[in-house]
Design a protein around this ligand. Structure first.
Ligand code: WT7
Length: 630
């Protein structure tokens, strides 16, 4: 399907409604399958036993790479733009990428990695990260990419959870002016990960690192003699493709599992229709491959469609806040996909950083990860898009695999702050407090999805109960997204943010429980309650209310200790912005913290704290109102 007009969108949406299975079967038919599926779809939200294209045999990398060799083998698959603009940059054609993936697939197999084994990837945003992931997919190993900003402890937790057999990492990386010693962090993590037998280290910074003989090997040594021929391992459509950890409202991060066939069909279909990338276009998604956006819209979606993409190692403000626009000009980028937090950060600098560059190549702008405020939307539209580029505000989640609600570029009329309309094949609905669907327009509720789609996560690794509980139990027979949403009088959807205890900080998803657990490790901390509050650049900031054993003498030093602690346990992205020490927390008689009240205080909305009569001790609210954050 390649939708070209709004009328066509309406028509195809209707068709997808009338016969969902036929719609998805048609999409699946555009790929190369070694053997066709036996059943288009089975299972559902009730039991969480969802399957698509079962019995179909394929290897996803044959669709991402091999299939293109005869037609666009010499086309650029990736342009690699390093952290520093003067460092070595390179382009990789589809043929070269295929060769690199084949070689590395042979390396992995020689190291004893087999179909179904888990391989953890903890790397800089370089071509080797992508080659690693694709090589895993080629041999049927399950990749688990961990964002290279997470701490040793977070890395260890993820490796342990999925019993990874191998870790692929770099000696280190540079992000902006910072150096991150990935190998040192890996070494520390691996002390508690006995399942990892081999570590492959790809050179990036040439700094001194420790070496464990028999376990550690250099990427460049292994790849040197590896054959460039590799026969991809045959997979069933429902075999696992990757695990990606994401935060939930409770407990530890969960390993969201995606499978081969459905994920392939869904990422390809959404990429093609949302972005409308043409043959000669240059597409750039600024995400890191450590997040789902990178998986679906740097690696898989674009490769299935034979697009040219950019792998960007850097940050928006290094060496200066014109960096992104410099890259757009340099490669004549046509499609640019980023997060609102980046836009808001760049908005705060002088306009000259944007105006200095020729951005006339741009055709489509994308936004992802959090609600985009109208001010940022207009700045993006005016100053980056020159008023001529449609903005696709794409709503989706790690669990959905791909974009769910979004304008199709140049097809769907846009509206600032709105993700607009669902893609054909996707049926959103808003639910009221009684668990009933809300009909009509001009309404708000909790966002659910009716009917499974091919890209939906199939389970939480090792904990199917948690999968059922998190997504399928709040509303029987529906997938619950965790988001609140408004449907305006035109039927357009506007995502208003999480309704559960999940924060969205600079487009990164963090669970309040995770941060609380980390802070509670401090010897002076008795109990913590984390809430989000509106933050100009991050979207949401992290506000910690805490009960301390004794009042810290030097609050600044105490805050620094807490920051170091969180950085060590989770990573720097989870550092609280504000800390308020309080004698008590507002709890109900059953001992539940009433975060509603804390959210109001954190947002400085003191008039509207609301009813406090059900609290065990309503006087704690006065203490909190009198208190101060630093
Ligand atoms: C949560 C999912 C999807 C890739 C990046 C984040 C929020 C995502 C939007 C958007 C408003 C958005 C939601 C969602 N979100 N995109 N366009 N407008 N909110 O993936 O880490 O799984 O987080 O991000 O709250 O539930 P994720």
């Amino acid at each position: 399907m390649n939708i070209k007009s709004f009328e066509e969108y309406r028509e195809i949406y209707k068709q997808s409604e009338q016969d969902r299975l036929k719609f998805w079967e048609h999409e699946a038919g555009t790929f190369y399958w070694r053997k066709s599926w036996e059943k288009v779809h089975s299972g559902g939200f009730e039991k969480g036993d969802i399957k698509w294209f079962e019995g179909g045999k394929l290897n996803i990398t044959e669709n991402a790479l091999d299939r293109h060799l005869n037609t666009i083998g010499n086309k650029t698959a990736f342009i690699f733009e390093p952290n520093h603009p003067d460092s070595f940059r390179r382009t990789i054609t589809y043929r070269q990428l295929h060769e690199d993936v084949c070689r590395f697939a042979n390396v992995l197999q020689e190291k004893g990695i087999e179909k179904g084994d888990r391989v953890c990837i903890y790397m800089a945003m370089t071509p080797e990260l992508i080659i690693s992931a694709l090589a895993c997919a080629r041999i049927g190993a399950v990749h688990s990419i961990v964002f290279a900003g997470f701490s040793a402890q977070s890395l260890a937790e993820r490796i342990q959870d999925c019993d990874a057999k191998m870790l692929i990492t770099n000696d280190g990386l540079r992000r902006g002016d910072k150096h991150v010693p990935l190998k040192d962090i890996s070494d520390e993590a691996l002390e508690s990960c006995p399942t990892v037998k081999n570590v492959i280290v790809c050179q990036r910074t040439n700094r001194d690192i420790d070496w464990k003989e028999g376990r550690d090997e250099w990427w460049h040594n292994l790849i040197r003699n590896a054959s460039r021929n590799h026969k991809a391992v045959e997979m069933d459509a429902e075999d696992p493709l990757f695990i990606l950890y994401t935060s939930g409202s409770t407990g530890k991060p969960k390993g969201v599992l995606h499978t081969c066939g459905g994920y392939m069909v869904y990422t390809s279909y959404t990429f093609r229709n949302v972005f409308q990338v043409q043959e000669e276009d240059v597409y750039w998604c600024t995400a890191d491959a450590g997040w789902i956006t990178g998986h679906s819209y740097i690696i898989y979606g674009p490769l299935f469609n034979g697009a040219t993409g950019i792998i960007f190692e850097g940050t928006p403000t290094y060496p200066d806040p014109g960096r992104l626009w410099e890259v757009v000009e340099k490669y004549k980028v046509t499609h640019f996909y980023t997060a609102p937090t980046a836009i808001r950060a760049l908005m705060s600098y002088d306009l000259k950083y944007v105006q200095k560059y020729d951005l006339s190549s741009l055709k489509v702008l994308g936004s992802v990860g959090e609600p985009i405020n109208e001010e940022a939307w207009h700045w993006y539209d005016d100053h980056v898009g020159g008023g001529t580029c449609p903005i696709v505000d794409t709503w989706w989640q790690t669990e959905t695999g791909g974009i769910m609600i979004s304008p199709l570029a140049g097809v769907t009329p846009t509206k600032p702050g709105f993700a607009t309309l669902p893609l054909p094949g996707i049926f959103p609905t808003l639910m009221d407090e009684n668990g009933k669907e809300i009909e009509g327009n001009g309404v708000s509720g909790n966002l659910c999805i009716k009917h499974p789609w091919p890209g939906i996560a199939r389970t939480v690794w090792g904990d199917h109960e948690r999968y059922l509980k998190t997504y399928m139990s709040a509303y029987k027979g529906y997938y619950f997204t965790g988001d609140g949403c408004r449907r305006d009088p035109d039927g357009y959807y506007r995502i208003t943010g999480r309704v559960d205890d999940v924060l969205n900080v600079s487009g990164h998803r963090l669970g309040t429980a995770e941060i609380e657990n980390a802070l509670d490790e401090h010897p002076n901390v008795v109990e913590t309650a984390i809430v989000g509050y509106p933050h100009d650049i991050k979207g949401q900031g992290i506000y910690a209310f805490m009960i301390c054993e004794k009042t810290p003498e030097d609050p600044k030093a105490f805050k620094k200790e807490l920051h170091d602690l969180v950085t060590k346990i989770i990573g720097p992205i989870a550092k609280p912005d504000k800390i308020q020490i309080t004698p008590g927390l507002p709890k109900t008689r059953s001992g539940k913290i009433m975060r509603r009240i804390l959210r109001k205080v954190a947002a400085d909305d003191l008039e509207n704290v609301g009813d406090t009569s059900t609290l065990l001790d309503p006087s704690v609210v006065d203490d909190i109102l009198k208190g101060e954050a630093y």
